[in-house]
Design a protein around this ligand. Structure first.
Ligand SMILES: Nc1ncnc2c1ncn2[C@@H]1O[C@H](COP(=O)(O)OP(=O)(O)OP(=O)(O)O)[C@@H](O)[C@H]1O
Length: 254
């Protein structure tokens, strides 16, 4: 279970040329809940605040205000305990090229305190599900982006987390590889895990998400099933919802 209440996050950045300081309000009062056995899709244009929100839920960044509970643990107060329940996939694909998937998973199993035999068995099982078992002992330096993504996914799920947080899991993947990843997310849901994914890929949202939240300039719009959002706004696609939000913003009503 994920429960976030009214979280905020700002960044202070400096313009190198003018040397002026700017405050970016990346997340402005977001609240949402993801129940066990539910897939929540976080949608939004570039820079909307999706990754910042997911990083805060994953305990990698502290919110300026608001509360985050993961499996009943306050992740701002006990980030390490909370992290043990979370499988987090970032958009950073810098897997360790010198290693094979088997070696990498062994290493991460040790980091996570997973028993070596359990990590080996679970790691190979995940690689099989991701159609990567035959590459278990191949060095990753020559891997394609999709292959690296699949190893990163196996790494994120190695410690059997109750909560799965995937930041753009299918970006850059071909349809077949994307389907493998979506099928795995379906299995995570069926196993009763709470899953939250960010994405720009609309068909993915409609296919697998029970609920969708649309982030726009750090605030959440919507938070309903994809069908309900479309019906409420009287449109046929989630892209059209974005366009409506932009138009509302320009008119000062969003
Ligand atoms: N570490 C940081 N330092 C400064 N600004 C940041 C930092 N992280 C995010 N931001 C800013 O916060 C805003 C939200 O960024 P975020 O990465 O959360 O967006 P996003 O919705 O995930 O975008 P995308 O779809 O492009 O990945 C952006 O304006 C971004 O530049």
């Amino acid at each position: 279970m994920i429960q976030i209440t009214d979280i905020y996050k700002s960044f202070h950045v400096k313009d190198k040329k003018t040397r002026s300081k700017m405050r970016i309000e990346a997340v402005r009062g977001i609240s949402l809940t993801v129940k066990p056995g539910e897939i929540y899709g976080l949608l939004g244009p570039n820079g909307a605040g999706k990754s910042t929100t997911l990083r805060m839920i994953a305990g990698l960044m502290v919110p300026d205000a608001g509360t985050i509970e993961v499996c009943g643990i306050d992740s701002t107060r006990e980030p390490e305990r909370a992290r043990a329940t979370i499988g987090y996939l970032s958009t950073d694909l810098s897997v360790y090229n010198r290693f094979t998937p088997r070696e990498l998973l062994k290493l991460f199993g040790e980091f996570q305190g997973v028993d070596a035999a359990v990590a080996e068995r679970r790691g190979l099982h995940l690689l099989e599900r991701l159609h990567m078992a035959e590459f278990a002992d191949v060095k990753m330096e020559g891997f394609s982006g999709g292959q690296k993504q699949k190893v990163s996914i196996a790494r994120a799920l190695l410690h059997d987390p109750k909560v799965v947080i995937f930041d753009e899991p299918t970006t850059g993947l071909d349809v077949l590889t994307a389907k493998t990843v979506l099928d795995l997310l379906g299995i995570m849901k069926a196993e009763g895990r709470s899953v939250i994914v960010s994405t720009h890929v609309m068909p993915m949202v409609e296919a697998i998400c029970d609920r969708v939240g649309i982030i726009f300039e750090g605030t959440l719009h919507g938070d309903a099933s994809p069908r309900e959002i479309l019906d409420r706004r009287g449109v046929r696609t989630l892209d059209e919802v974005f366009f409506q939000l932009v138009a509302e913003k320009e008119r000062g009503v969003a």
